[in-house]
Design a protein around this ligand. Structure first.
Ligand code: FMN
Length: 327
């Protein structure tokens, strides 16, 4: 047994967002934090990204909304939430008394929606930052997601940036051919960090094979099944932006955390695996400290980016032509 202490896992993100450690919990998989406070020592977490929050309350999609898949799950919750005012009223006072920072995940159907939610969160005690979920249909653009278009992703990021002084994280969708121009647009628009990735679009077939299973037909695939995709995206984005990246996708054990750090993430969020094991993130914090100690490090930061090509080498520079997948 390795003793605790001496290793500093803390990390400073822009705009004074200080995390005790790089292990966060992902939006939609940890409620508002309060639900888990009896089960785990939530104050030890790096940060909590709360459930997606919209301007007005949403009842969510019709059922069934979730189904298991090999090494993962599909969900189509549909952003069920009580709306930003109720969230702030109900949870703000509790969050304010917490040591762990709470980052509010924000969703909307128009830039005005996002801006208004950000305005209402700005300066609100208990809110440490905003994570924009831009994988939402942009009603003003015929239902196309903000996240699949660099111009739309940049526009919503810039508008929210103007509306708030809070640390601003923007979450990438994997459902694009090349995520790099989108990541660059988000950085140029003033985001403080990128989180990657949201779920992959998928479907399942229902009983009797008479229709798709989910009430909403489409769902988001998450869990260990998506880790190679998330790793690839973090690897690509880390080579084209300078802002910090927080990786999300199937984190289930310390090896996953170390892999994401190696391809350039400064931290990770744990999502789907929490449903099976809510104690995982706290265990990962201890295991990461043990690993640093084993390597003779007093910080985990030297583990970040070790598997990235050296930026100075033109031979290893990433292509700007698209995803480098060759069958
Ligand atoms: C049930 C469920 C609900 C989710 N709700 C949200 C949400 O409201 N906002 C968001 O940005 N991501 C949401 N996500 C996506 C997760 O935050 C995360 O990006 C994704 O699940 C990949 O990580 P994982 O494989 O560790 O679960 C949700 C995921 C699940 C499984």
């Amino acid at each position: 047994m390795i003793g605790r202490g001496a290793v500093d896992l803390s990390v400073e993100l822009p705009r004074g967002l200080r995390l005790d450690n790089p292990i966060l919990v992902a939006s939609g998989t940890f409620g508002y934090g309060v639900e888990y406070s009896e089960v785990v020592d939530i104050q030890r977490l790096g940060a909590i990204c709360c459930k997606g929050t919209t301007l007005r309350p949403r009842v969510g999609n019709i059922t069934p909304r979730v189904t298991e898949t090999p090494a993962g799950m599909l969900n189509s919750i549909g952003l069920q939430n009580p709306g930003v005012d109720a969230v702030v009223r109900k949870y703000g006072p509790t969050w304010q008394g917490w040591h762990v920072p709470v980052i509010v995940n924000v969703a909307g159907e128009s830039i005005d929606d996002y801006v208004e939610v950000a305005r209402r969160l700005d300066g609100m005690p208990g809110v440490a930052g905003i994570e924009l979920n831009i994988s939402c249909p942009n009603v003003g653009r015929g239902g196309l997601q903000f996240a699949i278009d660099a111009e739309a992703a940049g526009a919503v990021t810039a508008a929210v940036r103007r509306a708030t002084e809070l640390p601003l994280l923007v979450k990438l969708s994997p459902n694009v051919a090349d995520v790099r121009p989108i990541a660059r647009a988000i950085e140029a628009a003033g985001a403080d960090a990128i989180t990657a990735i949201n779920t992959l679009s998928g479907i399942a077939v229902g009983p009797g094979r008479r229709r798709p299973l989910l009430g909403n037909v489409y769902g988001g695939l998450s869990g260990p099944a998506i880790k190679p995709v998330a790793l690839r995206i973090v690897y690509e984005v880390a080579q084209v932006v300078d802002i910090p990246i927080i990786a999300i996708g199937g984190v289930a054990e310390l090896g996953d955390v170390l892999d994401y750090l190696a391809v350039g993430a400064i931290g990770v969020q744990v999502g789907t695996v929490l449903f099976a094991d809510p104690t995982l993130p706290v265990r990962l914090i201890d295991e990461l400290a043990d690993e640093c100690r084993r390597l003779g490090l007093n910080s985990y930061l030297p583990l970040v980016g070790t598997a990235l090509p050296k930026r100075s080498s033109p031979m290893s520079a990433p292509s700007s032509k698209g995803v480098e997948y060759r069958p």
